[in-house]
Write a protein that binds this ligand. Structure first.
Ligand code: ZN
Ligand code: ZN
Length: 264
């Protein structure tokens, strides 16, 4: 419940800031756009709640009882362990996100996140439930491998939610402040490049909380003028792909990755 409240407060606050200081000022249907993305978020929330919460908790408990996972070299509690747990889980998120771009089957589902032509804070919730289901299943393996506890995972998600809502936002942030921020976390200017229609930019800046993974792996990309970025995917620009039904149908459309990104 704490997680949901933090998500609602962060969304409300950033959505309000987007109205006051927007980067792209031509947005006329903000509430309609938000309604669609939030509906996707609600579907995903229900899916995870009904299908995965119980089993995830059981896997965490079993792993704890048997002391499975890398983190047990640091003991079974303590802030150092907690910090490493958050780092390792964020590294997993980086690898998972990169796999979504690399593996054509996963990309079909991840296209729903990238097809948003008017990215804002609500895009942080715009994922196809197929992608959420695959990641929830893989988490059942990753959790015991890392050895992350329930409270560590909860803290990770409590940090993750406001960060992803913030870096998807349409808030116009001075570059100087963005630069300071992205020394540690993923900021709006960093993630905007990831939502560019140009494929070499889409396939960059995969990090979720910490920006370091992209720097270490050489996948970090910067754009001087983020206002010139065109969001979305070339073959999913029409309104039919922006509706709730269109977003749900996106994985089943027959376009190759190159076609998606207009490079044919
Ligand atoms: Zn992506
Ligand atoms: Zn994104």
């Amino acid at each position: 419940m704490t997680k949901l409240w933090i998500e609602v407060i962060a969304l409300g606050f950033i959505f309000w800031l987007e109205g006051l200081f927007p980067l792209f000022q031509d947005r006329t249907q903000r509430f309609r756009h938000a309604g669609r993305n939030l509906s996707m978020g609600a579907i995903n929330g229900l899916l995870v709640g009904f299908l995965f919460s119980g089993i995830t908790l059981q896997v965490i408990r079993m792993g704890q009882a048997k002391q499975w996972g890398i983190l047990y070299v640091l003991g079974d509690s303590g802030w150092e362990r907690g910090f490493v747990a958050i780092l390792l889980f964020d590294l997993w998120m980086y690898l998972w996100h990169r796999a979504n771009h690399r593996i054509p089957f996963l990309w079909r589902f991840h296209r729903t996140h990238h097809s948003d032509t008017e990215m804002d804070c609500t895009s942080a919730l715009r994922f196809h439930f197929g992608e959420i289901a695959f990641s929830s299943v893989l988490r059942l393996l990753v959790i015991p491998l890392i050895g992350i506890s329930y409270s560590e995972l909860l803290i990770y998600e409590i940090i993750l939610q406001p960060v992803i809502i913030f870096h998807h936002s349409n808030v116009s942030l001075p570059e100087k402040i963005d630069r300071i921020g992205r020394a540690v976390i993923v900021t709006p200017n960093m993630h905007r490049v990831h939502h560019s229609q140009i494929q070499t930019e889409t396939d960059s800046n995969y990090s979720s909380i910490f920006s370091w993974w992209d720097r270490f792996a050489g996948t970090f990309k910067r754009r001087e003028n983020t206002r010139a970025i065109v969001y979305g995917l070339a073959y999913f620009r029409e309104l039919q792909w922006q509706s709730l039904a269109g977003m749900l149908r996106t994985p089943f459309a027959r376009f190759t990755k190159q076609q998606n990104q207009g490079e044919v």
